[in-house]
Design a protein around this ligand. Structure first.
Ligand SMILES: [Zn+2]
Length: 287
């Protein structure tokens, strides 16, 4: 079912687990991710976003994500990822999205606050919660190229940002990069703890592809309640196409090829969902 409101992310935040938020590019990625969530019995977020609208078209991708969410047997949020365009944010908010991310992280602090406040007002008028970003996560969301060094989120500034904008969740920069870093650096977990203590809203980790499992678990204990996954799904789908057997190619069996792609996406998504939501699905035994 389409998940709206702050209930699920607040539940994750309070219980120490995170919603996996997957970037979808079309039907196959959407199907794979939703099937994984249903198999795990866990809520997820589909990010039908800004950056992938260029490929499939905004209306088509939004309709697909909203339909998949409504038809799912688990709670599925539909989220706009990385937008700086208030018209786009308004369109998504009015089209039934659960949440939107306004990304003013590349702007000076006061301009980021001004833009984010406008997005929060649009969200509030439509029952849509808003994720803001402070600090900048380097790298390209869709191409996995890290070209710049980001600025880490400052806890005191983060608190001021959240207080003045009214965002419901905050994306942070703590050494995470978009895409796959060739030589991943450890996350600044202590900084993350300070940010959590300062802001009091669920935190969002972008660029989580390629992070070791123990590092992902460590962020769950530090206020991260939404983790964005993108590169690993793309890799899985492309690998499935790469590995197609000769017979499928010879027969031009597209349905079979696409089905293989869905399965590959589903497997990777399932692994992430279980890892991130395990504290909720399997509470630790108390002796
Ligand atoms: Zn991002």
């Amino acid at each position: 079912m389409l998940d709206t409101g702050l209930g699920t992310i607040q539940e994750a935040y309070a219980q120490g687990w995170a919603l996996a938020a997957f970037s979808t590019y079309g039907l196959e990625t959407t199907m794979g991710v939703v099937r994984a969530a249903e198999a795990a019995g866990a809520p997820i977020i589909l990010q039908a976003g800004s950056s992938t609208f260029a490929h499939a078209g905004r209306a088509a991708l939004a309709a697909l994500a909203l339909h998949a969410a409504e038809a799912a047997s688990v709670r599925v949020g539909v989220h706009l990822d990385h937008s700086r365009d208030l018209e786009e944010i308004r369109w998504c908010a009015e089209s039934g999205y659960s949440s939107v991310m306004v990304d003013g992280s590349g702007l000076p602090f006061e301009e980021n606050i001004a833009l984010t406040r406008e997005a929060v007002a649009i969200g509030a008028a439509n029952g849509v919660w808003v994720e803001g970003e402070l600090g900048s996560v380097p790298g390209d969301e869709d191409r996995s190229v890290v070209t710049e060094v980001g600025q880490m989120t400052d806890p005191a500034r983060a608190r001021e940002f959240v207080d003045r904008t009214g965002v419901s969740a905050l994306a942070v920069a703590v050494g995470n990069v978009h895409g796959m870093a060739s030589e991943p650096q450890p996350l600044a977990l202590e900084l993350l703890t300070h940010i959590r203590d300062a802001v009091g809203v669920p935190l969002v980790l972008h660029g989580a592809s390629g992070l070791p499992d123990d590092e992902l678990r460590a962020v769950l204990e530090r206020g991260v309640a939404k983790v964005n996954i993108n590169t690993e799904l793309r890799r899985a789908l492309l690998q499935a196409f790469h590995d197609l057997d000769e017979e499928v190619l010879a027969k031009a069996d597209l349905a079979r090829a696409l089905a293989d792609g869905v399965v590959a996406v589903q497997q990777v998504a399932h692994q992430k969902i279980v890892l991130l939501s395990r504290p909720a699905l399997q509470p630790p035994d108390h002796e």
